[in-house]
Design a protein around this ligand. Structure first.
Ligand SMILES: NC(=O)c1ccc[n+]([C@@H]2O[C@H](COP(=O)([O-])OP(=O)(O)OC[C@H]3O[C@@H](n4cnc5c(N)ncnc54)[C@H](OP(=O)(O)O)[C@@H]3O)[C@@H](O)[C@H]2O)c1
Length: 250
């Protein structure tokens, strides 16, 4: 259903994986979509394939966020939907995790998300929708995921607090928390291919539906939260994990 006509949406990290699928879904629903990312070539490719506007922007760099907002303002005026999807993941045990590991994840996944919201707010229409992409890692104690997991837990806190701060402007704020989804992210974890495959097989067995999710399945949740179908939903989280986090302990 084309229920996002006349809406303008920003999807951060829209040149790959879940962000790419979300940009496709919001476009199919009638929205004009702007995607961001650091990789210029991947952005140009996605721009062409999806018929969206690509803007090179690094979420960990506040000046780059300023420039994104300026470009969106000049080209589109105001926006209605902000999907904060851009994020990175890498794993390390607590006894050897470096400061660089900590800062790189926190700068993109928390600081960048925080200031993107702050800087987009002046061009976000009242009645708009903000959606965070968090993770089930925020809820579980997966070994070696401490920095990534806590970055996503921080965003779940922002989700609740921003929902209260922005309610006077009728801006709804929600989060989607995916379980394992097949995306290029797994090639960026710093693990060997065999390790990723082994880890994937163990994980898939624990998912009630016995498979990884598809980016399109997360994108449909984003499309729902962005639309008036979710008009009474704010400050909440939708877990899309094939039942992984409710699987029985015994
Ligand atoms: N895949 C999963 O199983 C899963 C599960 C739960 C949550 N998530 C979350 O879903 C989101 C998307 O991940 P994905 O799986 O779709 O991975 P992906 O295919 O690697 O996509 C990540 C996207 O984020 C962008 N990005 C990364 N750092 C950025 C930065 N500093 N500035 C701007 N853009 C940046 C990337 O573009 P550039 O590299 O060009 O910058 C890319 O478009 C992440 O927040 C991730 O934590 C994924």
């Amino acid at each position: 259903m084309k229920n996002l006509e006349k809406k303008v949406a920003i999807v951060t990290g829209g040149n790959s994986g879940i962000g790419y699928a979300a940009a496709a879904e919001l476009t199919a629903k009638g929205a004009k979509v702007i995607i961001t990312g650091r990789n210029k070539e991947a952005l140009a490719k996605a721009e062409k394939e999806l018929n969206v506007t690509g803007i090179v922007s690094d979420q960990s760099d506040l000046k780059s966020i300023d420039s994104l907002v300026e470009q969106v303002k000049n080209q589109f005026g105001k926006v209605d939907i902000l999907f904060l999807n851009a994020g990175i993941a890498s794993f390390a045990p607590v006894d050897s995790a470096s400061e660089e590991h900590y800062d790189s994840i926190m700068n993109v996944n928390v600081k960048g998300v925080y200031f993107t919201v702050q800087k987009v707010l002046p061009i976000l229409n009242d009645g708009g929708s903000i959606i965070f992409n968090t993770s089930i890692n925020a809820h579980v104690g997966m070994p070696n995921s401490s920095v990534y997991a806590s970055s996503k837990a921080a965003v779940l806190s922002l989700n609740k607090v921003f929902a209260t701060e922005l309610a006077p402007r009728k801006i709804r704020v929600n989060a989607v928390s995916p379980g394992p989804v097949e995306t290029p992210l797994y090639g960026k974890l710093g693990l060997e291919k065999a390790e990723v495959e082994g880890f994937g097989a163990v994980l898939a067995e624990k998912i009630l539906l016995k498979r990884f999710g598809q980016s399109s399945e997360i994108a449909k949740t984003v499309g729902f939260l962005a639309s008036d179908d979710a008009s009474f939903i704010t400050g909440t989280e939708i877990v899309v994990d094939g039942g992984l986090t409710v699987n029985a302990v015994v």
